[in-house]
Design a protein around this ligand. Structure first.
Ligand SMILES: NC(=O)C1=CN([C@@H]2O[C@H](COP(=O)(O)OP(=O)(O)OC[C@H]3O[C@@H](n4cnc5c(N)ncnc54)[C@H](O)[C@@H]3O)[C@@H](O)[C@H]2O)C=CC1
Length: 559
């Protein structure tokens, strides 16, 4: 058992491992209160106050603790949570400014964009969950297509008893019934491994259930849910993977908790999510599911949500939930690539090499990650490099539609691909495509620290036409004698860049060196990061001296 799950198991009360959310096997789940009328506003990403105000909304969205008496422990813990968060909350610190909407608000594709998914009900994307192998049929209880309403749609049918929806579990016959003692982490991993085999169906089921049970939460999610599904699953997998490493687990979740503030997530939303997650697990991991696994999940989820809630509450003391940022410059470098500069409405502290999440007015609640393309500047401006990718709604809008005066919304900074100023090692930097953005920021960061150290940049692109920022990088090279910039072009020759190296980025790096005394920094497409890390390790740079954004994040970027 891990430290976290152990301690949380205790705090959840000695009720068989039940935490502060309604256990799905609790028959009393059927008595779930109907969401209060003011919840929609509180939960709405658009209308929510910029600082989460868990108690200020007066309501108890989602699974209210005023449930069954036998779940007293849950109520107590939730009361503690609320008190703590409320005490930490000094009232809205910043104005609740809805993000400006495009006329009509309905997201319209920018000219020339790939067809956008139709906003509206996610019926098409949330199929009726099929019965899990071996699971009892969920007769009539499972959410079906059309059950998950889009914002503004008529409310979904009344709550569905979760216990019925999962076909009953938690009693005898559970997949974890016999055998010796297994640690929580083992039980959780076994169930996740089984769930992973039906991850699409399980995630669709989870969201369908969530939106049927708690329709007010639908407004916090984008109209089209495709990307969102992957995100949830990846986040879960990452949390489970880190479960045994107390420090990393806590860091990851704290970051996640802070990042959720911009969605308007409140402590009271966590029980609803936990409950539906358990229902999905019970249904799609039937062979490993049983009372002990359920209890392990309750402890784990309690730990997960508590860490996220605490981190969000703490963050609320020092930072807004989001920043509005007006575009002050928009420069098209190629048909697909734009350099976008924004002025945040409040100081935005970050470190070179980090990234942020960004929402446009045209695709509400659809957030994408972009790295800062400059080190922090004295004028407070932030710059991003955006490439319009096929079917990339946000990236296409940012490249083709955005103009000075438009207002974007930014989440908090994240990422650890930052320069270690405690060493004088050289930096070997691989920037692929728009991945050059944070590399440029790192170069500026080294320059601003006034301690010259060798920085070798390999800047790769498919064609030399795509080397959209080469001039800037060359300009930096002219200014700093410790900096070397080598363009690398993968295919088709480089008539406009005669000095470009030919081939894939990692291959080009191999031709130079030795690199073993350098720290590696990689930024670009996931495939490049993978082969780049292999290459650098092969060239003698140990993995702990190689930095890059998490591959999960990169896959999720879909810029
Ligand atoms: N815009 C931003 O702020 C940032 C973007 N990124 C990511 O960078 C990527 C940029 O995409 P594009 O500009 O379209 O880059 P691209 O697909 O044109 O590739 C750029 C370079 O990466 C190399 N490369 C690509 N796949 C490779 C592989 N499997 N093995 C070895 N080398 C490979 C290419 O040879 C080329 O030199 C996106 O995935 C984006 O998410 C990463 C960090 C920041």
């Amino acid at each position: 058992m891990t430290t976290m799950s152990g301690s949380d198991g205790a705090s959840a009360g000695g009720n068989g491992g039940r935490g502060w959310f309604t256990p799905v096997s609790d028959a009393a789940a059927a008595e779930r209160p109907t969401p209060a009328g003011n919840e929609t506003t509180a939960a709405s990403g658009e209308a929510a106050p910029r600082t989460a105000a868990p108690a200020a909304d007066g309501g108890a969205p989602g699974a209210d603790p005023s449930g069954p008496a036998q779940d007293r422990a849950r109520t107590e813990v939730r009361t503690e949570v609320r008190t703590e968060v409320h005490a930490a909350h000094g009232g809205p610190r910043s104005r609740a400014q809805p993000l400006p909407q495009a006329p009509g608000a309905a997201p319209a594709p920018a000219p020339g964009t790939a067809p956008a998914p139709a906003p509206g009900p996610i019926a098409g994307t949330a199929p009726a969950p099929a019965s899990a192998p071996g699971a009892a049929p969920a007769s009539g209880a499972a959410p079906v297509s059309g059950a998950a309403p889009a914002p503004g749609a008529a409310p979904a049918p009344g709550p569905v008893p979760v216990a019925a929806a999962v076909g009953g579990f938690g009693g005898s016959g559970g997949g974890d019934g016999g055998g010796g003692e297994l640690a929580d982490a083992d039980l959780i991993r076994a169930s996740m491994a089984e769930l992973e085999r039906s991850s699409d169906a399980a995630t669709a089921y989870f969201y369908a259930l969530l939106f049927v049970q708690y329709p007010h939460l639908r407004e916090m999610f984008p109209a089209a849910m495709d990307g969102q599904r992957d995100r949830l699953f990846r986040a879960l997998l990452t949390a489970v993977r880190l479960y045994d490493d107390g420090k990393l687990f806590a860091e990851y979740l704290a970051n996640l908790g802070r990042g959720h503030r911009k969605y308007g997530t409140l402590p009271t939303h966590y029980p609803a999510v936990g409950e539906c997650l358990m229902a999905a697990l019970a249904r799609y991991a039937p062979n490993s599911w049983g009372p002990r696994t359920e209890a392990a999940w309750v402890r784990a989820y309690t730990a997960i949500s508590q860490t996220m809630i605490d981190a969000a509450a703490e963050d609320e003391q020092r930072a807004p939930a989001w920043w509005d940022a007006e575009i002050v410059a928009h420069e098209r470098r190629t048909a697909q690539i734009a350099v976008v500069t924004v002025r945040p409405d409040q100081p935005y502290p970050f470190r070179a090499g980090q990234y942020t999440s960004l929402e446009t007015p045209w695709w509400p609640r659809v957030w994408r990650h972009y790295s800062f393309a400059s080190a922090p500047r004295s004028d407070g401006l932030l710059t991003f490099h955006v490439k319009a990718v096929p079917a990339g709604w946000v990236s296409t809008a940012l490249v083709q539609r955005a103009r000075p005066g438009d207002v974007l919304r930014l989440g908090p900074p994240a990422g650890s691909m930052t320069v270690d100023h405690g060493t004088d090692s050289g930096l070997l930097c691989l920037g692929g495509g728009t991945g050059i953005a944070p590399i440029k920021a790192l170069v500026e960061d080294v320059a601003s620290h006034g301690r010259p150290r060798p920085v070798e940049v390999f800047y790769g692109a498919r064609t030399d036409h795509d080397l959209y920022d080469l001039e800037t990088m060359r300009h930096l090279q002219d200014r700093f004698d410790w900096l070397s910039v080598r363009p690398v072009v993968a295919s088709g020759g480089a008539p406009g860049t005669p000095d470009a190296l030919a081939g894939e980025l990692p291959d080009a790096v191999r031709r130079y060196g030795p690199w073993s005394a350098y720290d590696g920094y990689l930024s670009g497409p996931p495939g490049m990061i993978r082969t780049g890390v292999e290459t650098l390790v092969g060239l003698g740079i140990p993995t702990h001296r190689i930095r890059h954004d998490s591959l999960d994040e990169l896959v999720a970027r879909r810029a």
